[in-house]
Design a protein. Structure first.
Length: 345
C-alpha cells in the first residue's frame, strides 16, 4: 500500500500510446462544408458576420467547391440568397435561381463532390419565415392583436408550405443535387418531398432531414448572412423548444418513416445529449450541424486572444463525434481537414 494501485497515467504517457488508445476518431470523410450562393458573376464577397466565409456567385462557388474537394471533404451544403423576395418565396424553386445554377456549375467541375441543398423558404419570403403565412395572419400583424398575445408565427400554413418545399426540392434534384435537406420544420414535409421526387423519377435523390431543429439563439450570424431573420415574431411555432428531448426522438422517428435517409440534430453543442440519444436509438446516419453561432463563438474568443482556435475547434468537433454524430456539418470543415492532414504526417 501507500501507492496508487491503478495508474491511469500509463496510457497517457507518450504521444504514441495516446494514439493507440484513442477511442474516438474524426476523419475528413465525416465533414460537410456549407456555402452561400448569390446571383451574379465573379462574386466572392467576404461575410462580415462570419470569419472566412463568403458570398459566391454560381461560377465562383464551383471553384471553391473544387478546393473543398481537393481537401478530401466529401460534400458541400448550399444555401441560396434571394435577389428578390415575395410572399411565397418563389425564387426558391426558380429554374435559373442561384442555387440551381450553382449545382450545375459544381457538378460540371467536380462531379464526384456531393451536393446537398438546404430546402427552405426563409431566405426567399418577405416575412423571413420558413413558410407561407395564412391570410388571417395579416390581421395578427396588427399591434393591437400582438398586445393581446396573438402568436402570428403560429399562422404559418403547414400544408401549402410543404407543397412549395417539395417544388423547391424537385428543382434542386432536377439541377443535379445529390441530397436535399429540408430545414423548415413543417410537419410531413419529408413525405411531401419524397412523393414528389418519386413521382418525377428522382428515386436516387437522398433526403437529409433537419429532424430535430431547435429554435436556437445560435443561428444569429447565419440570419445576418442570409438576410432571413423573421420580419415579425419568431420561429417557435415550428422549430423545437430547446428544453425538450423526447420530442426530438418523435421528430426523428417520423422523418425516418416518411422517407428520410439521414436525420439531423441542430445545433450541435447545446444538444449533444440529443445526438447521443438519436445515435443509440436509430440505425440511420445521424448528422449534427455545428451552427454559425457556435462557429463564431470560437472565432470571437480566439480573436480576443482568449483561446487557441484550432485546438478548440478540434475539441468541439471531436465532442460532436464522441456524442454519436456520423456526419458533422461545419464552417470549420476546411480548417479541420487541414488540421487532420498535418496530424497524419
Ligand atoms: C433555414 C436555416 C437556418 C440555418 C440553416 N438553415 C436558419 C434558421 O433556421 O433561422 C442556420 C444555420 C446556421 O446558423 O449556421 N431555415
Amino acid at each position: 500500500m501507500g501507492f496508487p494501485e491503478i495508474r491511469m497515467r500509463r496510457l497517457r504517457s507518450s504521444p504514441s500510446i495516446r494514439r493507440l488508445v484513442r477511442q474516438t476518431t474524426l476523419s475528413v470523410d465525416d465533414l460537410v462544408y456549407p456555402l452561400f450562393v448569390c446571383e451574379g458573376m465573379g462574386v466572392k464577397k467576404p461575410i462580415k458576420a462570419m470569419t472566412d466565409c463568403f458570398h459566391f456567385s454560381p461560377d465562383t462557388v464551383a471553384a471553391e467547391a473544387a478546393e473543398v474537394a481537393s481537401l478530401g471533404i466529401p460534400a458541400v451544403l448550399l444555401f441560396g440568397l434571394a435577389s428578390k423576395k415575395d410572399d411565397v418565396g418563389s425564387e426558391a424553386w426558380a429554374e435559373r435561381g442561384a442555387v440551381q445554377r450553382a449545382i450545375k456549375e459544381i457538378k460540371k467541375l467536380v462531379p464526384e463532390l456531393l451536393v446537398i441543398t438546404d430546402v427552405c423558404l426563409c431566405a426567399y419570403t418577405e416575412s423571413g419565415h420558413c413558410g407561407v403565412l395564412r391570410r388571417s395572419s395579416l390581421v395578427a400583424r396588427d399591434p393591437a392583436h400582438e398586445s393581446r398575445g396573438t402568436s402570428h408565427e403560429a399562422r404559418i400554413d403547414n400544408d401549402s408550405t410543404c407543397e412549395l418545399l417539395a417544388k423547391t426540392a424537385l428543382s434542386h434534384a432536377q439541377a443535379g443535387a445529390d441530397i436535399v435537406a429540408p430545414s423548415d420544420m413543417m410537419d410531413g414535409r419529408v413525405s411531401y418531398i419524397r412523393q414528389c421526387l418519386e413521382k418525377n423519377g428522382f428515386n436516387e435523390t437522398a433526403i437529409m432531414a433537419y429532424s430535430a431543429k431547435y429554435a436556437s439563439a445560435f443561428y444569429g450570424p447565419f440570419r445576418d448572412v442570409a438576410d432571413s431573420s423573421p420580419a415579425f415574431g419568431d420561429r417557435k411555432s415550428y422549430q423545437m423548444d430547446p428544453v425538450n428531448a423526447n420530442q426530438a426522438m418523435a421528430e426523428i422517428e417520423l422523418d425516418i418513416e416518411e422517407g428520410a435517409d439521414i436525420v439531423m440534430v441542430k445545433p450541435a453543442l447545446c444538444f449533444l445529449d440529443i445526438i447521443h440519444r438519436a445515435k443509440r436509438r436509430f440505425d440511420c446516419p445521424v448528422a449534427a450541424y455545428n451552427v454559425s453561432g457556435e462557429y463564431m463563438m470560437l472565432n470571437a474568443a480566439a480573436q480576443a486572444g482568449l483561446l487557441d482556435r484550432d485546438a478548440a475547434m478540434m475539441e468541439v468537433l471531436y465532442s460532436i463525434k464522441r456524442a454519436g454524430a456520423d456526419i458533422i456539418i461545419t464552417y470549420f470543415a476546411k480548417a479541420a481537414a487541414r488540421e487532420l492532414k498535418t496530424k497524419l504526417k
